[in-house]
Design a protein around this ligand. Sequence first.
Ligand SMILES: Cc1cc2nc3c(=O)[nH]c(=O)nc-3n(C[C@H](O)[C@H](O)[C@H](O)COP(=O)(O)OP(=O)(O)OC[C@H]3O[C@@H](n4cnc5c(N)ncnc54)[C@H](O)[C@@H]3O)c2cc1C
Length: 403
Amino acid sequence: MRVDVMVIGAGAAGMAAALKAKEEGAEVLLVERDERTGGILNQCIHNGFGLHYFRQELTGPEYAERFQEKMEKMGIRALTNAYVKRVEDRRVILVTEQGIEEVEVGALVYATGARERPFGSLMIPGDRPSGIFTAGVAQRLINIENRLPGKRALILGSGDIGLIMARRLTLEGMEVVGVVERLPYAGGLLRNVIQCLEDYNIPLYLSSTVVEVRGRERLEEVVVAKVDEQFRPIPRTERVFKVDTLVLSVGLIPQVELIENLVVKNPTSRGVGVSNIGQTSRDWIFSAGNCTVIFDLVDYVSYEGETAGRYAAKFVKGEIPREKIPVRPGKNVMVVHPIWYTPAEPLTLYLRVKKPMEKGRLVVGRFAREFEDLVPSEMLRVKISDRDLEGLDEIVVSVEEVN
Ligand SMILES: Cc1cc2nc3c(=O)[nH]c(=O)nc-3n(C[C@H](O)[C@H](O)[C@H](O)COP(=O)(O)OP(=O)(O)OC[C@H]3O[C@@H](n4cnc5c(N)ncnc54)[C@H](O)[C@@H]3O)c2cc1C
């Protein structure tokens, strides 16, 4: 079998990419390992999706539905229950219900999303009882399988996912005894701290971490201690929480495994490195979404998916410029995306700062703008005009602290 553009992963990025590639005239095949399209959106039943893209506040499934309906109207072929096992030179090996298939592709859009950092990676000493879940698994159990993970829970990690899970578990009848965060400030948006914790009287323990888990078969106790500035536990600050459930919301990792031997990675996000048109270091492979960098908002994922899909189709038609100017992080910048700039399209930069700053001046080529209340957990999205980048052979992105 041969297709012009294959899209791997039918989450927000993949669906947007498939639509734009089709609009550009390509024959598209969208491949998804799950039984339905939509990706992580299917289990996010809270609202807060689509404020930029649709100028409306939708739930995750509602957001996904808008793309699914459009895909149906446009006759996009979505192959679900199909797992991509290997990507080779312009060939993709799939495991489908019919068996193993090999597809030759003109271009590929890789949109496999992210996975959650597991318990094992945290090196927490103690027993290994049941009752420890990643936030995504707990969310899937509740929102899709209609099962509660336990009765009394503690949450580790105060990013938006941890905060949203604190509210969800409470609304479903569990007692949430607190959210533990090693940073001196909450990781998620202020609006989520208020709407998910304060409104439900759930305590937030800052500068703290889990130092031990105890329990024979099922989790019984979690020991939490204060940490110093290097996140080292401070002796004699331990506090014991009697809980049967520990929910971990300690970060997402871009899922790059299938193509990591084929493409250059973004050293700052550890995701697939792409240009502003979604192209990787291998000209026929494009990529978008959380497998490139962990985005705050699904709207951004959709925009990036659209760009990657459109340019993947253009690549098949031989309509793609070759120029790629490197983009790299400068002072106070922890994450920058994309890592190349191709002048065919304006440069939309996504970045995270290294430390909280009351005021910072973002400098990119001839572009400079001041921003207030910068924190590493909030992604900054800025459009840079071509004029500000003219003549540069390298683009350095820095943020100067303004006093
Ligand atoms: C708990 C939670 C709450 C969130 N809340 C908000 C919010 O309030 N507002 C907001 O804007 N955003 C929110 N987000 C973020 C937003 O949902 C994500 O950024 C976005 O949906 C990610 O889309 P994606 O396409 O990159 O990845 P995904 O949705 O993860 O899609 C990737 C797809 O690839 C498939 N796949 C992976 N590997 C293979 C393979 N080998 N073969 C076939 N298929 C494969 C997966 O099954 C999956 O369907 C939230 C995210 C989470 C997890």
